[in-house]
Design a protein around this ligand. Structure first.
Ligand code: ADP
Ligand code: MG
Length: 276
């Protein structure tokens, strides 16, 4: 099994060396939980080791992301110049017209032959989804993928019809409205998976209230792996911890691990320091 190391200090050993190649991981947590910092490490460390990577940002500007990365000694500029790293800023509310977000991402992945992708974040995407258009016929040319695509279309149609306006063939563009939220989350996850990059999707955490990991309640089912970041009150102080809730094909740590944000960024503590 090929593993994709995040390079985050103390993390990879919790998951047999890294994320399973080609998998899609949901990274969930409340605002300020360090999701974006985690994603920046992942893309930067990959690029430094030869894996081209794309950081798709829906709300933070590339300038702000780079400033944050610089605080931890990560300089994106030379990696961007050598086309090992790209921040793709798809600032949805600023878009004047509906656009196919997936096409933009796919184009960038193909141009750079990217191996890693971060999507920050599913929640902004879900809120703004009526601004997106997406082709249903996203799959490639092989017979099996067309079958899969047809199944996917069928699955979409089995659910309630509210808000889904579909016309013509699978190659047509479909516009979604807010009611199609859950469906569209599945669709974007499937599309990103189809790129064969190793993906981290960032989602707004729900602290597992009402039995859901994210506020959308859907991303967790579409993902192969879930990492949950917490920032909880302990007395008068907040402590940062993380847990791997699931990771397919991986004997991952069952513990809740403390982590810190140092001047080098995220540092995850081994379990021995957690269980006393
Ligand atoms: N240089 C730093 N040193 C220590 N902590 C930092 C530093 N920069 C940011 N942080 C912490 O990280 C948080 C932001 O993390 P971020 O990844 O943007 O959160 P999220 O994406 O989960 O909302 C800040 O609220 C702050 O607590
Ligand atoms: Mg963030």
């Amino acid at each position: 099994m090929e593993r994709v190391a995040t390079g985050i200090q103390g993390f990879d050993e919790l998951v047999e060396g890294g994320l399973p190649a080609g998998s899609t991981t949901l990274l969930a947590g409340v605002p300020g939980a360090a999701k974006t910092i985690f994603g920046l490490h992942y893309i930067y460390n990959g690029a430094m080791n030869g894996d081209a990577g794309i950081y798709v940002s829906l709300d933070s500007s590339p300038k702000d992301l780079k400033k944050q990365a610089t605080r931890f000694g990560m300089n994106f500029d030379p990696l961007e110049q050598s086309e090992k790293l790209k921040v793709l800023f798809l600032n949805v509310p600023m878009m004047k017209v509906k656009f196919s977000m997936f096409d933009e991402i796919k184009k960038a992945v193909e141009e750079m032959n990217a191996k890693r992708l971060v999507f920050d974040n599913m929640t902004t995407f879900a809120i703004n989804m009526d601004l997106f258009s997406m082709p249903l016929g996203y799959m490639g040319q092989t017979a099996s993928s067309i079958t899969l695509n047809a199944n996917f279309v069928e699955r979409l149609n089995q659910k309630d019809e509210t808000g889904l306006q579909r016309s013509g063939s699978e190659q047509d563009t479909v516009h979604y409205t807010a009611n199609s939220e859950k469906r569209l989350i599945y669709l974007i996850v499937e599309q990103l998976r189809d790129l064969r990059t190793t993906n981290i999707l960032i989602g707004h955490g729900n602290q597992q209230q009402n039995g859901t990991v994210t506020t959308d309640g859907v991303s967790e089912f579409a993902a192969d792996a879930i990492i949950d970041l917490y920032n909880d009150l302990l007395g008068a102080k907040r402590v940062r911890t993380l847990a791997i809730l699931k990771m397919r094909q991986t004997n991952h740590s069952p513990y809740i691990h403390d982590f810190e944000i140092t001047d080098k960024g995220i540092v995850v503590k081994p379990a021995e320091q957690v269980i006393k």
